[in-house]
Design a protein around this ligand. Structure first.
Ligand code: 5AD
Ligand code: SF4
Length: 446
């Protein structure tokens, strides 16, 4: 099989799957490659080097990677230089190397700062795997940020020590680490200088972030947000994903007192039954979750709530699933993610008895999604008639149309004389399940 690739790649493409942290990592890998003089492949053209930045959180992750690798094969039988990165690389790197000769590099989420050396080796015909979790952090080795759109991600915390029994993240991303405060302030300022008006702070357990500021004070995420809010041209701050057990009183209070912190909270609960939560090792009850939401609503009455749900965890009964539906009814979410339970290799839940049949999971997922869709539409419909600020993110499909986000993370479309990065005031005039229509009122002074 011909397997020719240019000696030194001139163009690259990074394809990221899965969570927002992968989007962040994908951007950072792109910056690293650009620093080597490799340029992004033009839209629609083959790249010399393709990075598949993979996700392992749910089923068929590895199969998807193999089919993506197959699809990269060109008509003449050659392939670009392929790097498999992300959580599938971490979990199944050796097997990928053995099964897919077209893959020249396998690099885990904590080692991708070493990608340039791996590309050099690949261009000399050597295949390398690096799934280390090195003591030195990749963040110190990455180039400074120079590019940003109106919205940017900033990884502040990574890894997870919670070990929910269904989840691969503690194994693929490693132990919890918080990036140092000074580095984050510096990266945030660079992003804002490069044009970001909104920063979303990322972490698998973002609200477990802790650090020390220049005055030697120990801060939690609320303290970090408070300091970031001082950056003059930064208009909006968001954070995701949080764990209920790390929702401190300070962070809850921050939702009431920091104007730049947007009224949106993504707080996964996964299930509405205490027995299931215990089997998932979530380490909290439903009642505590509801109490936190109540406190957040007291601090910020218009907060939009979001969450993640898993249906069909091993042993979940119909009555326990009904408790999930009851929880959804009680909360009234603005939007949510919901998934069928997927046994992940190496996790405790994968070997639990009483795995739920696929048909039962399908049926439960449908009922849950019907309820969540109903609530999402109700939330959007209730927004009609309000005025709010929108951060303009990009042009829409129709001439003169613009797309942006409301404070509550709804997509909003409208027409008018604005530019990407503007924060404008609009009146919300119509609602659908996934977006709102609006009329422009006026730009908002920066
Ligand atoms: N099966 C299904 N969903 C899962 N998630 C994590 N692990 C699994 C799994 N094994 C979901 C959880 C988590 C989100 C990121 O993905 O809801 O919050
Ligand atoms: Fe996975 Fe649970 Fe950690 Fe979230 S808190 S990353 S679900 S182990």
């Amino acid at each position: 099989m011909p397997d020719t690739a240019p000696a030194i790649p001139k163009t690259y493409r990074v394809k990221s799957f899965g969570c927002q942290m992968n989007v962040y990592d994908g951007d950072r890998m792109a910056e690293l490659l650009a620093e080597q003089g490799i340029t992004p492949a033009p839209e629609g053209e083959d790249a010399d080097l393709v990075v598949l930045n993979t996700c392992h959180i749910r089923e068929k992750a590895a199969e998807k990677v193999y089919s993506d690798i197959g699809r990269l094969r060109r008509e003449d039988g050659s392939s670009p230089l392929i790097a498999v990165a992300g959580c599938v690389a971490q979990a199944e790197g050796e097997e990928i190397m053995a099964r897919a000769p077209a893959v020249k590099m396998v690099v885990g989420p904590q080692a991708y700062h070493r990608l340039p050396a791996m590309v050099k080796a690949a261009s000399e015909g050597r295949r390398t795997t690096d799934t280390d979790m090195p003591a030195e952090t990749k963040f110190d080795a990455l180039p400074k940020r120079r590019r940003a759109g109106p919205t940017a991600f900033l990884t502040v915390q990574e890894g997870c020590d919670k070990f929910c029994t269904y989840c691969v993240v503690p194994y693929t991303r490693g132990a919890e680490i918080s990036r140092p405060h000074a580095d984050l302030i510096d990266e945030a300022k660079r992003l804002v200088d490069a044009g970001a008006r909104e920063i979303t702070l990322l972490g698998q357990n973002v609200n477990a972030w802790t650090g020390e500021n220049a005055r030697g004070q120990t801060l939690g995420l609320d303290g970090l947000i408070r300091e970031l809010a001082e950056i003059p041209d930064l208009a909006r701050i968001r954070y995701t994903t949080s764990h209920p057990n790390d929702m401190t009183p300070g962070l809850i209070e921050a939702h009431g007192s920091i104007a730049k912190l947007m009224p949106f909270l993504h707080l996964p609960v996964q299930a509405g039954s205490d027995r299931v939560l215990k089997a998932m090792n979530r380490a909290h009850h439903v009642e505590k979750y509801l109490r936190i939401l109540e406190e957040v609503r007291q601090a910020r009455p218009d907060i939009a709530l979001s969450g993640d749900f898993i249906v069909g965890f091993p042993g979940e009964t119909e009555a326990e699933f009904a408790e999930t539906l009851a929880l959804v009814d009680a909360v009234g979410y603005a939007q949510c993610f919901s998934f069928k339970y997927s046994p992940r290799p190496g996790t405790p839940a994968a070997t639990m008895g009483d795995q739920i049949p696929a048909a039962v999971m399908d049926e439960r997922l449908k009922r849950l999604q019907d309820a969540l869709n109903r609530d999402q539409l109700a939330f959007n419909t209730a927004s009609v008639g309000k005025t709010c600020e929108v951060l303009v993110e990009r042009k829409g499909k129709h001439p003169g149309q613009w797309l942006g986000k409301s404070p509550w993370l709804q997509s909003v479309h409208f027409t008018g004389d604005v530019a990407v990065g503007d924060v404008v005031r609009v009146a919300l005039t119509s609602a659908g399940p996934n977006s709102l229509g609006a009329a422009l009122i006026a730009p908002v002074a920066a």
